[in-house]
Design a protein around this ligand. Structure first.
Ligand code: DGJ
Length: 732
């Protein structure tokens, strides 16, 4: 998978899908040659046109050839201060105050498999023949900075995983000002960029725009990957569609501050950069110390956005998520949040559980408010013991009674936070993230624990471990409801204050690692006030995430459609909720709410404190249907067919079983119109040789016909917020 050609001085990373080629120019400079569809051999090395542009694009001091400049050539890991004026992948301040780095190729090694990144989430392989890893060492002979670039090519995925390690080989400390995970230079700029801007309850809105000259920055400075952006850069050709055309993705396996930059330079070449946000970041490296960046996943497809999504879905399902739940069907849960908010006790929850059980629910999920003295959001985060007023006998009797009804039991935690009104804050007011004496900004009446500090982390680990050892909990919803302000740590000296946000992430990852290792049977759901930290970093520890606090099915069609560009349905938690919807005030049909929830991990956020014959009949049927098709919905191949971002009145998608013998197609009417044109839906992912039966119809139709000609939506979906599901199967 990795071919080193010593004569050409090129590295060719390839598998059956892709090639990624880089080379060493003038025995020193690491240059980028190609990333795209596999080529059998690569022979156009050192062919970057030799033009004299030396007036304003200087030639390097170590190779004063007027036709070569770091300012124009395509590079692999560009630095700052030695002739390249474009955006650098790294910046260092040395002990003498200078900031110029000049990296030269030093050595490389190729190994089987993929080494894990210490303390950071990363993609992984089960056996060493599934991947090969190339590590290239670059060194600055003057400053003694060393940089190790790591590239893993997977045997079975059109994906390369990259990360970078900085090592101080000098005798003086140095300071990393910018330490990105990867850079890729493309030879042209004829691309459109895909991004996912958003906000609370409006996460991941799909946006596609042409690349502009100059620098475009997408980022988070919030201390979390955030509801506002994804740690991601997507590029497509203007003609790329869902089904056809080239698409590239860079996705950061990290949950904190990030930057995702594109720069179109003076010669219309495009540089992509992804990594930890340099804003507010600094890292002190003592002699012989090193800094490891997070990993960036680089995926490519020639089969449009669906092809790109499917590559990421497979990688994340098989090579990112860990633990016993990875390939296990996920349970149908009922969450009490929108039924009771903070107002519950054992008796109420038993009514809720009984009603849920009658519908076919498999797990009762008790949300916020069961601990400390929490009756609203003003107190008790950090006090992880049972609320005695709500549960005078403790939680155990409730858990046991739920288990007796053959349902599992899930519980809400927000372990990273602390309320001002809590025992923990009274004892340790200095355990919060804070900048010296600066007053603390409020966010939902809570502050953020300084998890970079081992003592703080250990306290939370121990509180949770004691609790979980005494209570047989099957599922945890791990929430996080505010972003960082006044960033600083009382545990760190002045010169290391800018390490706080990243140390926090490392601390959080260590805490998650300890808990998931200690309690491997618990299924974790990642939540951050909805989808405020829906990123590959968190999914390494928790295999599914709450997509959004917006449970309105119409809003969810947009959000889940866009989310599916990156993440498979099995990672997306989606619940059927009441109408009018609590966030949007909108009423959608129960059928549409069900279909949208089934397009992720189906659950209920209905008010199950009371029964409603019509609703409950529909939900019972839905649950039975979901159980029957759960394997297909959770593990099938997902295809987007019609985008609500293109046609705001309509959306459609489908799920195809791995053997292509079965499929479920779903269509959603958002806003209907009178005398609307008829609609045909072309299906995807079917076997062209196979013949399918649709629902109860006796007529067999070929996979080719269903994909090339399509099916009519008949009768038309002529109401707002209704949906239809078709089941396709091959005759046995
Ligand atoms: C935000 C979550 O997204 C909600 O589902 C709920 O768990 C609340 N927090 C509880 O405070």
């Amino acid at each position: 998978m990795i071919i080193w050609n010593a004569e050409q001085q090129t590295f060719h990373l390839c598998n059956q899908h892709i090639s990624y080629v880089l080379g060493i120019e003038h025995q020193r400079y690491l240059v980028h040659c190609y990333w795209g569809k596999r080529v059998a051999t690569f022979n156009q090395y050192h062919d970057y046109p030799k033009l004299d542009r030396s007036s304003f694009s200087p030639t390097p001091a170590t190779w004063p050839d007027r036709t070569f400049s770091l300012d124009t050539v395509l590079q692999e890991f560009p630095g700052h201060g030695a002739g390249d004026y474009r955006e650098p992948a790294f910046e260092v301040r040395y002990a003498d105050g200078t900031q110029v780095s000049n990296l030269h190729y030093l050595s490389h090694r190729i190994e089987q498999g993929k080494p894990r990144l210490e303390g950071l989430p990363n993609t992984w392989v089960e056996t060493s023949d599934e991947a090969q890893t190339l590590t290239i060492t670059l060194a600055d002979p003057i400053t003694h900075l060393q940089v190790e670039l790591s590239y893993t090519v997977f045997r079975d995925h059109p994906v390369i995983a990259r990360s970078t390690r900085f090592i101080n080989q000098g005798e003086q400390p140095l300071r990393l000002l910018r330490a990105l995970s990867c850079a890729v230079d493309f030879p042209d700029s004829n691309y459109q960029q895909i991004q996912f801007p958003g906000a609370w309850a409006r996460e991941r809105q799909l946006h596609r725009q042409p690349l502009n000259p100059g620098i475009t920055v997408l980022d988070s400075k919030r201390g979390a990957s955030s509801t506002h952006q994804q740690p991601f850069i997507g590029l497509v050709r203007p003609e790329t569609t869902e089904m056809h055309g080239e698409a590239w993705a860079l996705h950061l396996v990290y949950s904190g501050n990030f930057t995702a930059r594109t720069e179109v330079d003076a010669y219309q070449q495009t540089r992509l950069l992804l990594g930890i946000n340099p804003h507010g970041f600094g890292w002190q490296l003592q002699p012989n110390e090193s800094f490891q960046t997070p990993e960036a996943v680089m995926a490519w497809s020639e089969n449009g956005l669906n092809g790109l999504s499917q590559a990421l879905h497979r990688l994340y399902r098989d090579n990112l998520v860990r633990g016993q739940h990875r390939h296990q069907p996920r349970p149908i849960l009922a969450n009490n949040w929108e039924s009771t908010y903070f107002d519950f006790n054992e008796e109420k929850l038993l009514t809720f559980a009984r009603n849920a059980k009658q519908l076919g629910v498999e797990l009762l999920m008790l949300d916020d408010g069961w601990f400390g003295e929490r009756n609203d959001d003003t107190s008790s985060l950090g006090d992880w013991f049972v609320n005695q007023k709500k549960f005078p006998q403790g939680l155990r009797p409730l858990i046991d009674k739920v288990h007796q009804q053959e349902m599992k039991f899930g519980l809400w935690f927000e372990p990273e936070m602390i309320s001002r009104r809590s025992d923990l804050f009274a004892q340790h007011p200095d355990w919060v993230i804070r900048a010296g004496e600066q007053l603390l900004s409020e966010g939902r009446n809570q502050y953020i624990l300084d998890l970079g500090h081992a003592e703080v982390r250990d306290n939370i680990l121990s509180q949770m471990s004691i609790f979980l050892e005494k209570h047989p909990i099957d599922y945890i919803k791990w929430d996080m409801n505010r972003n960082m302000t006044e960033v600083g740590s009382s545990a760190m000296p002045p010169e290391q204050q800018q390490e706080t946000a990243h140390r926090y992430m490392l601390g959080l990852y260590a805490l998650l690692d300890a808990l998931t290792t200690r309690f491997p049977h618990i299924l974790f759901e990642c939540c951050a006030g909805g989808g405020g930290r829906f990123d590959p970093g968190m999914l390494y520890y928790m295999p599914q995430a709450w997509v959004s606090d917006n449970t309105d099915a119409a809003s969810r069609v947009y959000i889940q459609h866009a989310t599916s560009l990156l993440y498979p349905p099995i990672m997306q938690c989606a619940h059927v909720s009441e109408v009018p919807n609590h966030q949007m005030g909108r009423s959608t049909s129960i059928g549409m709410r069900g279909a949208v929830a089934m397009s992720g991990n189906y659950g209920l956020m209905l008010n199950l404190m009371h029964q409603d014959a019509e609703r409950d009949r529909a939900v019972t049927e839905q649950i039975a249907f979901y159980k029957q098709h759960r394997q297909l919905l959770q593990f099938g191949t997902f295809w987007r067919l019609a985008s609500p971002w293109q046609h705001p009145d309509f959306a459609a998608w489908m799920f195809v079983s791995p053997d292509q013998h079965e499929a479920l197609v779903m269509a959603f009417s958002l806003v209907s119109s009178a005398s609307a044109p008829l609609r045909q839906l072309k299906l995807a992912g079917l076997d062209i040789q196979a013949r399918y039966l649709i629902d109860e119809s006796p007529t067999e139709i070929g996979g080719d016909e269903l994909m090339y000609r399509g099916i009519y939506i008949d009768p038309p979906l002529n109401r707002d917020y209704v949906s239809r599901i078709w089941h396709l199967r091959c005759r046995q």
